[in-house]
Design a protein around this ligand. Structure first.
Ligand SMILES: Cc1ncc(COP(=O)(O)O)c(C=O)c1O
Length: 488
């Protein structure tokens, strides 16, 4: 069905050596092989744990598999309905070999064959349907209607700012923020090297010049010391991006901004609910932008929000969001604006999502704590950043695999996919990509390192403890098997 290995990669002959079986286990990344005789009859199973125990008992790896395999195990006819197999699978019975009427091994079942774990999926099980239905039933499906206003008000209150504007996505939220601050050609905006391209794209849309700086090793967010080095008389703004949910070093950034009279435009797309020294992100800059894309902490499908400290800039942005039309004289345009409006249906989803935002943030915390507990035991994994002053909401739980340990990041990602676990590599550094190269003058060692070796694990708010266990078990198995291969 999905990326899990075919039965061929899980078979070993009873006459093969334990070493050969171990190499097959390392390749299939499942921690197990099924043993067959010369007629392809299923005769046993052998796990990496069995091999480890045999080695401890003094058995050598040149011995045949049949000496160490388990002869009593769960198996079923290949005709068994999948619902029945699903009921049999649990923590202890993780694999079930399937045989035909002649006891010939033809297939196998495991939980991740039945369900792949996606990197992220939204939770829409609250009042979303009810509110969207209301939009449809009342015909308020465009940007007029009560839900957009309600969403802005609830969201503003959550962020501690009454000037919130809902827009069609997070990228235009950033663009609108910059334009409302009069940033344009001739100006420079300082951005971090490690972020999603939308951050720098928004600067480029205004005609301003982005200036790329490296990230800080403790937080993977923009490094204040590097910002200071890149300020010029043309610098107009700094764009701190609270990457993967970890807040930036705001005190230091604010000091630099005050010293040089710069604006701060916070990119909070990945950090709804995150806090810097007890205060929610979005409340530190002149302007802050959020994204509600389907994989964000709350979603409206596509969607975004801009929050403004200052009423005047907010009013200007409100006008620009609606083609620059005068609020007092309909169809009169004082300047060229945009259509960056959010629909009432998106607003309806947003209101329903905000009703559960605290549940979502708590779920993200629980996921991160569970991962941290298991993964801190694996040598060569650097856990996600967690500064002591930060409330990290772990939008995407992202770790770094030390390149000198038993398995590299890319191979690990492939092996996890073989276990039905979807993962995601960290963004490429901006300074490496063709459209942005010329804005990256300098060295970016931290961003390069995190980008090359970093990966994210499934982080959906609805991730069950069972799914978390499957993921951590798969990681542990892959590391343990590879260590065993290297030691043997
Ligand atoms: C850091 C960052 N900035 C901006 C955006 C842009 O948001 P959107 O996809 O809603 O346009 C995203 C997300 O996609 C992001 O991760």
């Amino acid at each position: 069905m999905n990326n899990v290995p075919s039965i061929k990669l899980l078979i070993v002959s009873q006459h093969a050596t334990l070493k050969e079986a171990l190499l097959i286990i390392d390749k299939n990344a499942q921690g197990i092989v099924f043993v067959i005789d010369e007629h392809s009859h299923l005769v046993g199973v052998l796990s990496d744990g069995d091999i480890r125990r045999l080695l401890l008992r003094g058995v050598v790896l040149t011995e045949p598999v049949m000496l160490g395999m388990q002869k009593i195990f769960v198996f079923r006819p290949v005709t068994t309905p999948s619902e029945e197999l699903a009921k049999l699978l649990n923590e202890r019975v993780r694999y079930i070999p399937l045989v035909d009427e002649n006891n010939i091994l033809v297939d196998y079942a495991c939980l991740h064959r039945l369900h792949q774990i996606p990197i992220m999926e939204p939770s829409l099980s609250g009042n979303e349907i009810e509110y969207v239905t209301e939009c449809i039933k009342t015909n308020w499906i465009s940007s007029q209607g009560t839900f957009v206003r309600k969403f802005e008000s609830i969201f503003g209150e959550y962020c501690g700012c009454s000037n919130a504007l809902a827009v069609s996505n997070g990228t235009v939220a950033l663009h609108l923020a910059l334009v409302a601050l009069n940033i344009g050609p001739g100006d420079e905006v300082i951005v971090p090297d490690l972020t999603f391209a939308a951050s720098i794209n928004a600067v480029l849309y205004t005609g301003a010049t982005p200036v790329i700086v490296d990230i800080h090793p403790d937080t993977w967010t923009i490094d204040p010391a590097e910002i200071e080095k890149k300020v010029t008389p043309r610098t107009k703004a700094i764009m701190p991006v609270h990457l993967y949910g970890h807040p930036c070093h705001m005190d230091e950034i604010i000091l630099i901004a005050q010293k040089h009279n710069l604006c701060i435009v916070e990119d909070c797309a990945e950090a709804l609910g995150s806090m810097y020294k007890g205060k929610r992100v979005g409340a530190f800059g002149e302007v802050a932008a959020f994204s509600f894309f389907g994989n964000k902490t709350i979603t409206t499908g596509e969607g975004g929000m801009v929050v403004f400290r200052d009423k005047e800039t907010y009013n200007r942005a409100k006008k620009l969001r609606d083609h620059g039309m005068s609020p007092t004289k309909r169809y009169w345009h004082d300047e060229v604006g945009f259509n960056y409006r959010m629909t009432n249906m998106q607003g309806a989803i947003g209101v329903a999502q905000m009703e559960r935002v605290d549940v979502f943030v708590a779920a993200k915390k629980h996921i991160a704590q569970t991962y941290n507990k298991s993964l801190s035991k694996i040598q060569g994994i650097t856990l996600p950043p967690q500064a002591e002053w930060a409330f990290n909401t772990y939008w995407l739980y992202t770790l770094v695999i030390d390149p000198s340990v038993v398995i590299g990041r890319d191979e690990l990602m492939k092996k996890l996919l073989l276990n039905g676990v979807e993962t995601r590599q960290v963004f490429y550094p901006l300074h490496e990509m063709p459209p942005y190269k010329k804005f990256g003058l300098g060295n970016y060692p931290i961003s390069d390192y995190v980008s090359q070796n970093g990966m994210s694990l499934p982080s959906s708010v609805g991730l069950s403890d069972q799914a978390l266990n499957t993921i951590t078990k798969a990681l542990e198995t892959v590391f343990k098997t590879r260590t065993l291969v290297l030691e043997s």
